[in-house]
Design a protein around this ligand. Structure first.
Ligand code: PHB
Length: 398
């Protein structure tokens, strides 16, 4: 895989070759080079920082699905290019442009961070680049900023949080403190939870927001202890989630039930150890799902990467499945966008999470599982919300 830092030497060489071809009067059309040219897939993912593990899992999952399906897209070989998003929203548009203009990719897969997604979406709405969001849950990407060329194989932040509201009330938790990083994902997850929670009769007594990606939680944990809520609902992910769950236990707060979207434990459960016992989460995936797709997927992933698969790997895997179905329908002609988009809209994804389809706004309609850590394992308690679709408020497809 090539990493792009500004314009790579290779892409500069390519531009040179194209100019030479133009000068000789030979201008290849998009399909004159058709089946022989490689399909270019650009990853816009974090490979450094608090979300680095998430970017790696998405990349692994994506490549594994492609390899399992013959290593090609619509009969064409693939060239991967990766840009490290650094989960930095300020660099979102610039990093997207490295792939769109600098590398002229056929597809973008990414990002992880909702703030990066918002910048990316603005660029790809203009360029028309077919984009599959493999994590970032920003509601706007499949809401007011939705577009025919923008798809998602992950979730909206609302989807992973709303169902926990009723669960909390059903468990007798009436007064809850919420906490997260102050950016789109955290704020949307907390408001999603609060919507479901207040509807069911609960009350959020305090919302705490800390800057992203700070992992200095001590002062906030002291405040939570003094507030004595019935429960605590948080959105954290990656290295921050690992630290929060450990700090929560170390602060002596384990008697207060800790809840959140499943990112709180996914990919970091082992490292959290004892501290994660009892943590209650909602998510569109769980390691322990008892389906043949999930078992085969997890075994193959463990074999290929010597590590346990997690929700991020699933989302990358499913992004590839969506692309494979689209590219098969157009026989590898990535430029046949209306037909490609139509095939992707109709795709049924046989995901390790369970089969799913896409809503009109191009977001998965999916079951949200209720999970709890017991004896170091993520147990599936049940389905908290069946075939949940994001409301996609404000989405008008052009
Ligand atoms: C997001 O920024 O949308 C985000 C990041 C990490 C997660 C989930 C959502 O695990």
């Amino acid at each position: 895989m090539d990493f792009v830092k500004g314009l790579s030497r290779r892409s500069v060489l390519q531009v040179g070759a194209m100019a030479a071809a133009g000068a000789s009067g030979f201008v290849p059309t998009r399909f004159a080079i058709g089946n022989t040219a490689k399909v270019k897939v650009g990853f816009l993912l974090p490979y450094t920082g608090t979300y680095a593990g998430l970017g790696e899992a998405i990349t692994n999952g994506f490549k594994m699905a492609i390899e399992e399906r013959g290593g090609k897209l619509g009969g064409r070989e693939i060239q991967y290019v990766a840009v490290d998003s650094e989960a930095n929203p300020a660099k979102g548009p610039e990093n997207t442009n490295k792939l769109v203009s600098g590398e002229n990719v056929d597809f973008i897969v990414g990002p992880v961070h909702s703030g990066v997604a918002l910048g990316m979406v603005k660029v790809v709405r203009e360029s028309g680049t077919i984009t599959i969001i493999a994590n970032a849950g920003a509601g706007a990407a499949t809401g007011p900023l939705c577009a025919p060329n923008i798809f998602r194989t992950s979730f909206t932040n609302w989807q992973t949080a709303y169902p926990m509201g009723k669960v909390a009330v059903d468990r007798g938790l009436k007064n809850v403190v919420t906490m997260s990083w102050k950016y789109a994902a955290g704020e949307e997850a907390l408001s999603g939870f609060e919507a479901g929670f207040t509807k069911a009769g609960g009350k959020v007594t305090k919302q705490i927001l800390v800057p992203f990606p700070s992992d200095e939680f001590q002062a906030n944990l002291t405040e939570i202890a003094s507030l004595k809520p019935d429960g605590v609902f948080v959105f954290f992910a990656g290295a921050g989630a690992l630290k929060f769950v450990k700090d929560y236990a170390a602060a002596g707060l384990k008697s207060i039930p800790l809840m959140g979207p499943g990112f709180l434990t996914d990919g970091v459960l082992k490292a959290q150890g004892e501290a994660a016992e009892g943590v209650l989460t909602t998510l569109h995936y769980a390691d322990a799902l008892d389906t043949s797709e999930n078992k085969v997927f997890r075994a193959a992933y463990a074999k290929a990467f010597a590590k346990e698969a997690d929700v991020y790997a699933v989302q990358g895997y499913d992004a590839a499945q969506l692309m494979v179905q689209g590219m098969a329908a157009v026989k590898g002609d990535a430029g046949a966008k209306p037909a490609l988009i139509e095939a992707m809209e109709k795709a049924v994804i046989k995901s390790p999470r369970g089969a799913f389809t896409l809503s009109k706004a191009h977001n998965p309609v999916q079951d949200i599982y209720l999970r709890q850590v017991k004896n170091g394992k993520e147990i599936v308690i049940g389905v908290a919300d069946k075939a949940l679709a994001d409301p996609a408020t404000g989405c008008k497809m052009a």
